[in-house]
Structure formats: structure tokens, C-alpha cells
Ligand binder design. Structure first.
Ligand SMILES: Nc1ncnc2c1ncn2[C@@H]1O[C@H](COP(=O)(O)OP(=O)(O)OP(=O)(O)O)[C@@H](O)[C@H]1O
Ligand SMILES: [Mg+2]
Length: 449
């Protein structure tokens, strides 16, 4: 409007000048032309100014609308922030805090003015403040998100554990682009906090309970192991004496006994020998749990080959085809892995004894990214529906009259595998043989189970 008024003034001045010349009666045609041209120029100028004015009005209307939109969006943000069930804060490009939502103020019980800048940090526990600020400043310098836990004083004076998660804010660059990324202009940080005191307390209680329970279990286990070890150990001596006296009786008084008497004595001796084997196996089992394990590089193929040679020596009349993958390597405790293979190969040897075309193979397959070693045979096999308890001590799926044994072997194998952080499983079918798989884990040593 001011521009239009200006144009009006100029036009009036020109008209006055022309009128003034007319009154003097000396206006020439060229003067009249010049006046006309000037008036046209002024008219153009006026139209231009009016167009500009319209543009300005439009721009100022847009600005007003944008400002209104911003005010509304700011109000919306504040309402949302204040209604959010979390505590929110925002910092600026200078790293100082310039916004806290109502949730924050309700928690701290302090007015906003006291929290602004770095005021809020007064509420952080003295033991946490250093770590807290370092985390924030380091993340801030690199413009990366962060997550920290610290104790913050609540309005009732109690310190509560807070989980604070901050993220850099990026203003959308002019002309669009990635507002979250490097194209955006850094605008400070926004963070949200929740009270995690309950979770922390629960977690701590849980940890303590697990620790206590583990210690209790470990103690009970050790006690049991020590008990079974000493019982087995102590049983040996009286058993040896029973066996010795039975032998002496047979040798010295055998001729005076009738056939039935001698048969009873033989049965008593067989019983003591069986019990002696059982005790030896039990001692082996408890040793597995007690000994600390090492991680040796083991040539499994060489070890298996040696065991097979021993087995062939015990049954020279048996023709068994044995295939061992050459170059089979593993990491584990040499003594325990040897015991494991003795048991698995011993089983394969035993349960193929009724087959003229006995075949045993030792190798490795990949299972879920782990090396699964296996010992496979084409012997008696068993029904998989009964495989569940196979690894429990004294579990046997075959009659002693068919295949001898005490049922300790696979329990020992499982303990060895577990102590290496691995697992063991079987695959079998009646009359078609069995395969025992085992992994040895990657952990250096697993404490006694
Ligand atoms: N290769 C196999 N083929 C068929 N059955 C098997 C095989 N390995 C184990 N079993 C079954 O699992 C049972 C338990 O095996 P485990 O090695 O623990 O005991 P065992 O061989 O009978 O006795 P021990 O090993 O104590 O002398 C066996 O009695 C048998 O029934
Ligand atoms: Mg066995």
C-alpha cells in the first residue's frame, strides 16, 4: 500500500507541473510528448509495484501460514512429549539441554529453569556423573546414538536407575534429502529415559539366586562325586577279599565239594568280578567329572586306529572292516577323548559281534556349523523310541545274555562331551546299526557339570 501511495504522489506532481505550464500558456508539442512518455513510464512503474505488492502479500500470507503450522506442530509436539509415559529431553548444537518434558519435571520435582543447560546433571548420582558425561560427550562429538544407565534423584530424594537413550537430530536439508543422514543439518540430540530400577533389582536378585543355586549344586555334585568315589574305592578292598577267599576255597577245598558246590562258588566269583568291573567304570565316570580338562590338538584318526588295533588283538578271529577318515583332527583333552573313543568303538565292536560282515566307520560331518564327529556301525542297533535315557548311567537296551556290559559307557561319553562344551546324540534302527555323533564345542574349558 505504501508503494501505491508513493506512485500516486509522483503522478500528482507530474500533473501539477503540466498544469502549471499550461497556465503560463507556453506548452510546446515536444513538451507534451515528454510529459506523455513520463506518464506512461510512471504507469508501468505503478503496475510493477502493484504486482510486487501482490507478491509480497502472498509471501507474507505463506509465512504467516507456515508460522501458524510451526506453532501448531510445536504445540502438538509439546502435548505429545508431555503425555508420553517416558522422560524426554533435547539438547542443542552447543551440547546444552534446552528441553525437558513434563514427565521429566514430574520425576525430578524441579522447575524447568533449574534443569536447563546442565542443571539436570545435579540430580545424577556422584558415582555415575563422570561416566554419564563422558558417554554423552563422546557420542555427541561423533554424532552417534548412545545408551547409558545412571542413578537419578527422584523428587522424594530416592535415587532411581534410569536407562537413557539419546539420538542425534538432523534438520531436513533444503530441497529434501536424507534428514537422518549426513545430508541433514545437525540440530542437537533427543533422548528418552525410563526408570529401570525394578528390572535392575529383579535382575540382581535373579543373578544372586542363580549364583547361590549354582554354588549349591556344585557343592552337592562334588559331595556326591566324592562320595561315589570313596564308596567305589572302599568297596574294592572287601570285594578283592571276597574274590580271594572264593578262589582259595575253590583251590583248596574244591575237590571236597560236589559239582553243585563248585558251581555256586564259580557263580560267586563271576559276581565279584562283574562288580569289580562296575566299580572300575564308576571310578572312571567320577574321574571324568573331577579332573580339569585341557585342550590338546588331537589326531583323532591315529587315536581311533590304535584303539581298533587293541580291539582286534582281543578278538583276532573277528573280521571287521574299519574305515577311519584320514587326517581327522580335534581339540580336546587327550586322555578324556581317548576314553570317549574307547567307549564308542568298544560299543560298535561289541554290537556288531553277531554280524559276519561287520563294518565300523569313524569320521566327521558338518552340523549347524559345528564339526560333528561320528562312530557308525552296522550292528544290532536299537529302537530310537528307547534312546531317550541311553546316556543315563546303567541304562541298557540289550540283554546281558546277548551283549555284556554295565551301562556306564555312554554316560561317561556324555560327561566327557559336556565338559568340552559339546553335545552327543544317536541315530539307530533295530538290526541296521547305530551312529553316535558328538561335537566338542569351542569353549576352552567347561567346569564340572
Ligand atoms: N553301537 C551300538 N549299537 C547298539 N546299541 C548300542 C550301541 N551303543 C550303545 N548301545 C545301547 O546303549 C546301551 C548303553 O551303552 P553303554 O555303552 O552305556 O553301555 P554298555 O556298552 O552296555 O556297557 P559298558 O559300556 O558300561 O560296558 C547299551 O547297553 C546298548 O543297549
Ligand atoms: Mg559300552
Amino acid at each position: 500500500m505504501a508503494a501505491a501511495r508513493g506512485v500516486g504522489r509522483v503522478r500528482k506532481a507530474v500533473v501539477v507541473r503540466v498544469r502549471h505550464r499550461r497556465r503560463s500558456g507556453t506548452v510546446t508539442p515536444s513538451e507534451r510528448d515528454a510529459t506523455h512518455v513520463e506518464a506512461e513510464r510512471l504507469e508501468r512503474y505503478r503496475r510493477e509495484l502493484e504486482a510486487r505488492e501482490r507478491e509480497l502479500t502472498r509471501a507474507s500470507d505463506l509465512l504467516a501460514a507456515e508460522r501458524k503450522r510451526l506453532v501448531e506442530s510445536e504445540a502438538r509436539f509439546r502435548t505429545m512429549a508431555d503425555c508420553a509415559p517416558v522422560m524426554l529431553w533435547m539438547s542443542g548444537t552447543d551440547g546444552l539441554w534446552h528441553f525437558f518434558n513434563q514427565g521429566w519435571m514430574d520425576f525430578s520435582g524441579r522447575p524447568l529453569e533449574e534443569e536447563l543447560g546442565t542443571g539436570w546433571a545435579e540430580g545424577v548420582h556422584a558415582e555415575d556423573i563422570q561416566r554419564c558425561m563422558t558417554t554423552y560427550l563422546e557420542a555427541f562429538a561423533e554424532r552417534r546414538p548412545f545408551r547409558m544407565e545412571y542413578r537419578l534423584r527422584r523428587k522424594d530424594g530416592e535415587y532411581r536407575w534410569i536407562l537413557d537413550q539419546g539420538k542425534p537430530r538432523w534438520n531436513r536439508p533444503r530441497g529434501g534429502g536424507d534428514a537422518e543422514g549426513a545430508d541433514g543439518e545437525f540440530a542437537g540430540y533427543i533422548g528418552s529415559c525410563i526408570d529401570i530400577t525394578e528390572q535392575k533389582t529383579l535382575q540382581a536378585e535373579l543373578d544372586t539366586r542363580v549364583r547361590e543355586r549354582t554354588a549349591e549344586l556344585l557343592a552337592a555334585n562334588q559331595e556326591l562325586e566324592a562320595f561315589s568315589y570313596s564308596v567305589s574305592h572302599d568297596l574294592r578292598a572287601p570285594l578283592r577279599s571276597v574274590d580271594g577267599f572264593c578262589t582259595a576255597l575253590l583251590e583248596d577245598y574244591g575237590p571236597r565239594l560236589d559239582a553243585e558246590g563248585r558251581h555256586f562258588l564259580e557263580r560267586a566269583r563271576a559276581g565279584t568280578q562283574r562288580m569289580a568291573t562296575l566299580i572300575d567304570d564308576l571310578l572312571d565316570l567320577s574321574r571324568v567329572t573331577r579332573a580339569s580338562i585341557r585342550r590338546d590338538a588331537i589326531e583323532l584318526d591315529v587315536l581311533a586306529d590304535g584303539i581298533v588295533t587293541d580291539l582286534r588283538g582281543l578278538n583276532p578271529d573277528r573280521a571287521v572292516t574299519v574305515e577311519i577318515t584320514p587326517g581327522l583332527r580335534a581339540h580336546g583333552d587327550r586322555h578324556l577323548i581317548s576314553l570317549l573313543l574307547v567307549n564308542l568303538l568298544g560299543n560298535a565292536w561289541k554290537f556288531t559281534s553277531k554280524r559276519p560282515d561287520a563294518r565300523i566307520s569313524v569320521g566327521v560331518e558338518s552340523r549347524d556349523g559345528d564339526a560333528a564327529f561320528f562312530v557308525r556301525d552296522n550292528g544290532a542297533g536299537f529302537d530310537m523310541s528307547r534312546a531317550e535315557r541311553l546316556f543315563a548311567p546303567f541304562t541298557r537296551l540289550h540283554e546281558p545274555s546277548d551283549f555284556e556290559g554295565t551301562g556306564i559307557g555312554l554316560a561317561t561319553v556324555q560327561r566327557i562331551v559336556r565338559r568340552h562344551g559339546g553335545r552327543v546324540w544317536v541315530d539307530a534302527a533295530v538290526g541296521q546299526g547305530a551312529t553316535v555323533f558328538f561335537t566338542l564345542g569351542r569353549t576352552p574349558e567347561v567346569p564340572p557339570a
